[in-house]
Design a protein around this ligand. Sequence first.
Ligand code: SAH
Ligand code: SF4
Ligand code: F3S
Length: 445
Amino acid sequence: MEKKKFYIETYGCQMNFSDSEIVVSVLKDNDFEITKDPKEAELIFINTCSIRDNAEQRVWKRLRELKSLKKKKPELRIGVIGCMAERLKQQLMEEEKAVDLIAGPDVYRHLPDLISMAEAGQKAANVLLSEEETYAEISPVRYASNQVTAFISIMRGCENFCAYCVVPFTRGKERSRNPETILKEATKLLEEGYREVTLLGQNVNSYHWEKGNGITGFPQLLEKIASINPLLRVRFATSHPKDISDQLLQVISKHENICNAIHLPVQSGSSRILKLMNRKYTREWYMDRIRTIKKYIPDCAISTDIISGFCTETEVDHKDTLSMMKWAEYDYAFMFKYSERPDTLAAKNLKDDVPEKVKSERLQEIIELQQQLSFESNKRDIDKVFKVLAESTSRRSKNHLSGRNSQNKVVVFPKLAYKPGDYVKVRITDCTPATLIGKAVDSDI
Ligand code: SAH
Ligand code: SF4
Ligand code: F3S
């Protein structure tokens, strides 16, 4: 029997990309076949994000495009899955007649049943959140992979309820995945030729697994994965500053293959704003954590997330954010304008009172400062030698490879006889604000 073809497109964070790999796995096991061409698909899924209003607007726009595709091809079925499906089930059902199927992040095992319903002409929707689902034993299908690096989801959900954030509502309760299945997945990836795994969770530092008398916390899990084989590099994201422990830093400093890069979202440099954001740390606490990171791992890169224009933010608060950035000398940052999300603590209790124009101006200032900081950080790397994991041919030149060093910086260098998956010692000779440029140096790694 001919397999039905489906196409999937993903918006949002790494967790969502990782979830799409689960979806592909579930569907492949049920006689569906993935296609890279939406035009030849009988089923189109969009895995959606609700983190900011503009993330949702992109999806509405895409749905309008798909609607016109469906007019030409009435047998096409469209599924909206992920965080926006969770948040807006009702609205998607009522307003978007083109949508045939709606599935929240915890029901992907049931997709084949939902598809059957949709094909029978029924509205198929399930957005139940689970307290247990981790898709632990499902082998993700790495359908868009570079064959060198992969994500492994180690936990789901979030219960931190940062005042601005929709994730606890779209992803539900925090739960950790069985460590044995994580180890198995990492081992299998290594055997298949992969050389780097990134462990994913909204707050990996609260990973917690109990069996009998044994407790596995994040430092233990990380250590186990790093011990599989020195050839397999390990990264992780995201660390909440309130939970990053000295024990974790010790584990990182002990293992050469645990990368020296920590993503530690600060959100704001003002303790007053951090309190309103319900981040549960102060500016001083955050600075202490960075000092401690540098003590254990002197060459550790630090990246961050910043929100401009949160409720009641003044010019003084904004200056605190800028001074924090300069102090921390962030190597990289994701920067956003505050976008009020319905039902969050901030939407309920605080006024979104910073004018759009001010939010934009502050964001612009933050972006410009970060560009400078990233450039300076890259310039400091000139003449240094890094062990780089080659990932793919450079987009700009087929004679160059692109990879990353332990600090998660992109490094481009002449290909010569090297290939993706190789570790190469590269001396940095030049840089742009976003990229290090270098040449391989002879030596064994
Ligand atoms: N769990 C991670 C973050 C996940 S969301 C953490 O706690 O760090 C990724 C980033 O999106 C956040 O760090 C924050 O900077 C940004 N973000 C989340 N909600 C937002 C909102 N309502 N408006 C603007 N940015 C937001
Ligand atoms: Fe959102 Fe905060 Fe949870 Fe991160 S820790 S996902 S910002 S609620
Ligand atoms: Fe990720 Fe967006 Fe959901 S950031 S968890 S896909 S709201």
